[in-house]
Design a protein around this ligand. Structure first.
Ligand code: COA
Length: 326
């Protein structure tokens, strides 16, 4: 059976580190509160000139180099992002130009923090159907430019970064075994960036109301996320007839350490089977899972033949999972 397989990974985070102590200088918060409630110690923030496609390009170049693949061999580029360079053209088209991927079609995908796994679902389907052979899937965000740096309930949470994977077909036992994507638009007001679209186009009023920044009802989101992800992880394993003990690694979206720990506890996974890097980067939305996969690969945690579970939850609401055999 043909399925898609990740043949290489790459990631990039900006050099500029912003610590919790730095944030104590601009909002009423503390290093202790942020670590206790979220697990975040620091995050990376771009300098003024970098846009999302610049981060995406750095991550993609590493993925291409690691697979020894030329950009001209890619036939599709998908960029999962909620902080693209411009409303249009797509960030994927900017990336296509930067890479010189002349044969690739390119489009963006918006499923907020679940974007990378939505992209994996699409990429897997397109490779299985034979429509595409070599797909570059990137999750990239510059959320710092959409963050209200006077709002302590959101500004401590997010960071910038990008992760990329190259996918191609395989008939071996490795690859993507299943992907699962879901949404519930009735809870769209829990996390959003209201301004700048056709509903609230940019005006003096939308700027004064700070509608061009991310808004989140953190506590309500937290409760739905814990409930949804615990259930999703168990169901994904069941659908693959796997017991949690057969899982080698859980790579979750890095939104909150307490949410990650709740899922791990429900599955009975020990700490070493859960990949966590939230302390270094905060929540990088659709970039968080591909950055984590790349770091897991670099540190030897993705071993051939082993089962890896990916899961994410984000604005929309959206949630998604994937079961991979490495
Ligand atoms: N520093 C200090 N105090 C803060 C603070 C900060 N940065 N942010 C909020 N607080 C305060 C609140 O004002 C509140 O004070 P009050 O009790 O006097 O009203 C108190 O801390 C508790 O706030 P609450 O929102 O209930 O905290 P929480 O335990 O839910 O943690 C989040 C807040 C945002 C960390 C947490 O809700 C969360 O991670 N939510 C989900 C994020 C997520 O999964 N998003 C989906 C993917 S993007």
């Amino acid at each position: 059976m043909l399925r898609a397989r990740i043949i290489s990974t790459g990631s990039y985070v900006p050099e500029n580190v912003v610590t919790n102590t730095d944030l104590e200088q601009i909002v009423d918060t503390s290093d202790e509160w942020i670590i206790e409630r979220t697990g975040i110690r620091e995050r990376r923030i771009v300098d003024g000139n970098q846009a999302t496609s610049d981060l995406a390009c750095e991550a993609a170049l590493k993925a291409l180099k690691n697979a020894d693949v030329k950009a001209r061999d890619i036939d599709l580029i998908i960029v999962a992002t909620i902080s693209g360079d411009m409303p249009f053209p797509s960030t994927a088209c900017f990336l296509q130009q930067k890479l010189g991927a002349k044969k690739a079609a390119a489009f963006d995908l918006n499923a907020a923090c679940s974007g990378f796994l939505y992209g994996l679902h699409i990429a897997n389907s397109l490779i299985k159907s034979g429509a595409h052979k070599k797909i570059l899937l990137v999750g990239a965000e510059v959320l710092s430019k959409f963050t209200d740096w006077s709002d302590r309930t959101t500004c401590v949470l997010f960071g910038d970064g990008a992760g990329a994977v190259l996918l191609e077909g395989t008939k071996e036992k490795c690859g993507i075994y299943s992907t699962h994507i879901y949404s519930d638009g009735s809870l769209s007001d829990l996390i959003s960036l209201p301004g700048g679209g056709s509903k609230y186009p940019c005006s003096k009023e939308t700027i004064l109301k700070r509608l061009h920044f991310m808004k989140m009802k953190g506590n309500e989101t937290f409760k739905v996320a814990v409930r949804t992800l615990e259930e999703l992880a168990s169901r994904t394993l069941e659908e693959n007839s796997l017991d949690p003990s057969q899982l080698s690694l859980l790579i979750p979206h890095q939104a909150n350490l307490r949410i990650i720990q709740a899922t791990a506890k429900r599955l009975g996974l020990s700490t070493e089977k859960v990949f966590i890097n939230i302390e270094k980067y905060g929540n990088t939305s659709s970039a968080s899972i591909p950055i984590a996969i790349d770091e897991a690969v670099q540190s030897g945690k993705c071993r051939e033949g082993e089962y890896i579970l990916l899961e994410a939850f984000g604005g929309g609401l959206t949630w998604a999972s994937a079961l991979i055999r490495w």
